[in-house]
Design a protein around this ligand. Sequence first.
Ligand SMILES: C[S@@+](CC[C@H](N)C(=O)[O-])C[C@H]1O[C@@H](n2cnc3c(N)ncnc32)[C@H](O)[C@@H]1O
Length: 228
Amino acid sequence: MEQQPARSEYKKVWSALSTTEDQAKLHVIGVTEEDALRSTGEQTLKFLQESVGIRKDDVILEIGCGIGRVGKLVAPLCRKWIGCDVASNMLALAAKRLRGLDNLELKEISGYNLSGVADASVDVVYCTVVFMHLEPWDRYNYVLEAFRVLRPNGRIYVDNINLCSDGGWKVFEIHRAFSATNRPPHMTQNSTPQEIETYLSRAGFGDVRIRTDDDWIRASAVKRETAA
Ligand SMILES: C[S@@+](CC[C@H](N)C(=O)[O-])C[C@H]1O[C@@H](n2cnc3c(N)ncnc32)[C@H](O)[C@@H]1O
């Protein structure tokens, strides 16, 4: 049997999960129909609007943008949308889906940082349905990178499934059924609200807000003007 890549070999893992359009869509959000993709994207957009807000002058960057499920809805509402992803297949599909929008940039990244994005050049960074696929250290590295690229008063939004919720616990139990040597490298690892809150505070963000009204942690924070 072919050896699976390690979880942290994100480029290898996610390139292999996105070799066809349907496979990529299934790994992004579990549906392939455009209407279903749109309605899940609308839900995410609503969470962004209720937390960090989206303003027409904003430069907005998504970490792990996939096929542009959310970017397709965010880009028309802001000055510029930058979609970053580790997998070039995902970015090629995003380019196809977002054809016609002229205020966007798609950027292939290493999987560990936002190298190539200038310091203090972005108003909003968001990262949705990605943390569950990352090692905790890489989650925090992205929070630090978000802090670096955000302008003073820039806003961040991140989410993950909440281990402490009933639904999150079910996800944990389903994954526990895999034997230790057979765990898929992209399998979901939940967070606790404290974990996410800690990353944001330790990175220097203020006004940390954590929403846990369903099985998700949806966190937002602000890089205060006075922050280093
Ligand atoms: C479940 S999909 C979510 C995509 C998109 N955020 C959405 O909600 O539609 C996870 C995405 O994260 C990307 N990804 C995985 N590991 C990554 C990493 N270390 N850095 C950047 N992107 C990563 C994958 O290629 C994939 O496009």
